[in-house]
Design a protein around this ligand. Sequence first.
Ligand code: PHE
Length: 459
Amino acid sequence: MSHVVQEKWSSGTAFLLAAIGSAVGLGNIYRFPYVVGENGGGAFVLLYLGIVIVFGIPLVMTELTIGRRRQVPPITAYTQLSEGKKSQPFWIFAGYSSVITPLGILGFYFVIAGWTLNYVFKILTGKLSNLAEGDTQAVFADMMASPGTLIFWMTLSVIITAFIISRGIKAGLEKAVNILMPMLFVILLSLVAYSAFNGGMAETFEFMFTPDFEKINMKTLLEATGQAFFSLSLGSATMLVYGSYLPKEVSIPKMACGVAFADTFVALVSGFAIFPIIFTNGMELNSGPGLVFETLPVIFDQMPFGNVFGIMFFLLLAFAAITSTISLFEPAVSNLEERGIFTRRKASLVVGIGLWCLAALSALSLNVLSDWHPLAFNSTLENKNIMDLLEYLSANGMMLVNALFAAIFLGWIVNRKESLEELGLGDSWLFKFWRSIIKYVVPPIVGYLIIDFLGYGLI
Ligand code: PHE
C-alpha cells in the first residue's frame, strides 16, 4: 500500500542526534527541575532514575523495534505486524491512538515553545534588564494576558517546525539537529560551568541526591513515570517513526541506551545549571512552572554577565523545544505521505494549520478563554481549560496508554522471532530479560498507573 519509499537517516549517529533532540526538550530543562522541586528532591530523582532504567530503556527498544521492523509509519506498522490476528482492528486503533497523541501534546507544547522564543527576544531587547522586585512576575503575566503576543510567538514555532518537516528527513530533520544539538550541548555545559563558578553546587548535590523516602507515594510514582515517559518521548509515535527511518544495520539496544543516557544526563545537568543559581540567591524552589520564566530572569538580571547567560539559557530552551516539536509533528506527516493522501509538503502545511488552530485555542485559554472549561461535567477536569486538558489527557494519560499498548503488542501479539531478529541480541539472556520486562513487568505496573490515573476522578 506504500506509495512512497521512506527516506532513512544517513547513519546511526544521525538517528541518535535526532532521537536525543526529540527526548531532550522542555521536559528536561523546563519541567524536570520544577517537578523535582515540587516533589522534594532526592527521592524523586532516584525513583526517576530507576524508572528510566527498568521501564524507559526497554520501552524505547520496544517502540524502535515496532517502527523499524517493516520500515513503515506507525499506523501501518501496527497493521502489518498484526496481520492475520483476530485482534488486528484493535491494534490498528492503537496505531491511530499513538499518532493522535503527539498532536494533542503539540497543542500545548507549541505555546510554551512560543514563550521561550518570546523570552529570547525579550532578553535581547533589554526587556528583562534592570528589574525591580516582582517585575519578572509582571512581565510573565503580561505575556500570558496578551493573546497577540502568545499567538505571534506560537505561530513562529509552528512555522519553523513545519518548514523543517516539509524538507524531509535528511535535508530537514537531520540538518536541523546537526546544527541545533551541538549548540545545545555547548550552551548547557557553559551554563553549568557558570553556575559552578557562582557556588551552590554542594547544596544542589545534596538536594538532588539525598533521598527522603517518606516523600514517595503513589502520586509521586505516577508523576515520576509520567515525567520519564514524556522525557523519553515514549507513547507518542515519535520513537516508532524515528525507528522506521533507522537503517537495519544499526543496533537498537545501543541506540536506546544512548538516548536514555543522554536524556537523563541533560535532565540532571539542567538541575545543576538551575538549582545552584536559585540556592546562592536564596530564592524559593517550589515555585512550579514560574521557576524558569519568573525566578531565573531576576537572578540573571543581578548576576555578573547574567544577561549573556540569560540569552544563552532561553536559546537553549528554544532549541530543545524545536528539536522536540519536529519529532511530535513527524508521525502524522509520515502517515499522510505514505498513504499518498498528500505530498510531504502539503501534509506539513495541512497538519501545521490544524495544529495552529489547536495551539491558538490553548494560547487563548490562558487569557480570554480562561473560564471555558470544556469538560466541566467531570469532577477532575472541571477546572481545566483547553491547555490544561491537552496536557493532562495527552501527556499524562494517553502516553501511558500508548506505551502499554506497545509493550503488550510486541510482548504478546507479535511473533517472538520478529523482535529476536530486529534487536540483534541473539537468543541471549539480555534478550530474554528485555522480553520478560515488556511482557510481565510493564503491563501490570503501567496498567495499574493508568487505573490509578483514571481513579483521580476521571471515571
Ligand atoms: N521528550 C520531549 C521533552 O522532554 C517531549 C516529547 C514527548 C517529544 C513525546 C516527543 C514525543 O520535552
